[in-house]
Design a protein around this ligand. Structure first.
Ligand code: GDP
Ligand code: GDP
Length: 437
């Protein structure tokens, strides 16, 4: 945020450009709002570019712009307030700060255009903002410090506060569900089918026309953000460029969502492109539901369980993800697919209690001992369960911190016996003394 010409867009591009982020245009009615995701010291941030918005006195004239700004203020977890270090603080700066303060979120002052002197001019402290850093977006100075400060200030919104806080603070943020998949599997059709089936939709806020990437809806009282990655298809011109664009959009959506509905074409099974998307989902650590679409064409009488087994055989890496057969054309089970997605999203926010986790693992351990390491029996000392993305489960073993890959897989399968973990990716970490030699 900041007044015009202080260098917001330059800063946005600098932060993204140097870190190879994916930028996606979100269609607004007046201007395109840009967002991009970057990773810094293992944390992901989504940045919104407010460069195009005149935030200040003149903004009052245009209610749509106002609404977009308010929306951004509401959605953000924190602000980078950009000022011009060469000009010094102005009355407009003070007005903007006043407005941002009302949101009660962290504000980091970036005194930009500090091209030659990496210091925040002292008069900026009159704005009462702490911390502050001096940057030069144009020359790329101070970016690391800015990101470090940002990381200190802003708590990621997808990190739930406590294991049992399912229905409290963390769930006030709408659950973000992304519909992803390669071309022609039926993403748009599924999206439209969902809009048809779910009568409780409320979406007439700015930027939620059919063209928009994000649609807000309420499903049985739960706020939900539906991210459709097929929306801008008609803009395609050059095929190659577009395929790349489509993939980037899918990746961006996957990073941003709580759960991905990965749409597959039931008449084609799991293809290489599907596998690539699955890899992305696993890397991003979001929840996952495999949606077998065009079930009306598959002409199959296969039961769900057998279908899931068949799909998991073709996509072993996604063995933890529930499978559901739907038809966007007839509407068969499309609502259930969304419900399943919500359940997975809730599960990944909640995680698993440490006791339950330990219980499942010890049980599996007793049922089948791990392979010995150089003739030595491996014992399980502690289990720690860390909620986050992905859910991390740490096993401390003796006399060495090591388990055979096949045994780790066996343990994962045991964990997934808890229905509360379906679709939630788990990162199993084994710690303990390293083996000698
Ligand atoms: P916005 O309106 O806040 O998005 O500002 P822009 O990013 O469009 O930048 C406004 C002007 O300031 C442009 O001419 C930029 O080249 C210039 N600018 C941005 N960052 C810096 C900087 O660090 N140093 C200098 N000297 N100029 C900058
Ligand atoms: P996208 O590229 O993933 O968005 O795919 P579309 O939604 O545009 O669908 C691609 C084609 O598959 C279109 O011709 C749809 O009519 C068709 N299609 C989508 N879902 C179904 C389905 O459930 N059953 C059948 N028979 N056709 C479908």
């Amino acid at each position: 945020m900041g007044r015009p010409n202080v260098g917001k867009s330059t800063l946005f591009n600098r932060l993204l450009g140097t870190r190879k982020a994916v930028v996606s245009p979100v269609q607004g009615t007046t201007r395109d709002r840009l967002t991009g995701t970057i990773e810094w010291r293992g944390q992901r941030f989504t940045l919104m570019d407010m460069g195009g918005y005149a935030l200040g006195r003149t903004a009052g004239l245009d209610s749509l712009v106002q609404r977009q700004v308010s929306e951004a203020i509401r959605e953000a977890d924190g602000f980078v307030f950009v000022c011009d270090a060469q000009v010094g603080p102005t009355p407009s700066d003070a007005l903007i700060v006043e407005r941002l303060r009302k949101a009660g979120k962290p504000i980091l002052l970036a005194a930009n255009k500090a091209d030659s002197r990496p210091l925040v001019p002292p008069d900026f402290f009159s704005l009462g903002l702490e911390p502050a850093c001096a940057v030069s977006a144009l020359h790329g100075r101070g970016m690391n410090e800015l990101l470090d400060r940002l990381l200190e200030q802003v708590k990621p919104s997808d990190a739930p506060a406590a294991p049992a806080s399912d229905d409290t603070a963390s769930s006030t943020r709408p659950v973000a569900v992304a519909i992803v998949g390669r071309q022609n599997v039926g993403k748009s059709s599924l999206f439209n089918a969902l809009l048809r089936e779910e009568r409780t939709i409320v979406s007439p806020s700015a930027g939620t026309t059919r063209d928009a990437v994000d649609t807000r809806l309420t499903v049985r009282g739960h706020p939900l953000l539906l991210i459709d990655t097929a929306g801008l298809r008609h803009r395609r011109k050059v095929r190659d460029a577009v395929d790349h664009f489509a993939m980037s959009r899918a990746i961006e959506a996957i990073r941003r969502c709580d759960v991905a509905l990965l749409v597959l074409d039931a008449t084609q099974g799991v293809t290489r492109d599907d596998q690539r998307l699955m890899t992305q989902v696993l890397e991003a650590g979001c929840g996952c539901v495999l949606v077998m679409n065009k079930w009306d064409l598959a002409g199959s009488t296969m039961k769900e369980r057998a279908l899931a087994e068949a799909v998991h055989r073709q996509a072993p890496a996604a063995f933890f993800a529930p499978v559901i057969a739907v038809s966007a054309k007839t509407g068969l089970r499309v609502s259930r697919a969304l419900e399943l997605g919500l359940t997975v999203a809730r599960s990944s926010r909640r995680g698993l209690s440490e006791e339950r986790c330990e219980q499942l693992l010890r049980q599996a351990w007793v049922t089948q001992q791990p392979p010995r390491h150089r003739g030595r029996v491996i014992r399980l000392l502690h289990v720690r369960c860390m909620i986050g993305r992905p859910l991390r489960i740490e096993l401390d073993t003796r006399p060495v911190g090591w388990l055979a890959p096949s045994y780790r897989h066996y343990l994962l399968k045991a964990l997934y016996r808890d229905p509360g973990l379906a679709g939630v990716p788990i990162h199993l970490i084994v710690t303990g003394p390293t083996s000698t030699r």
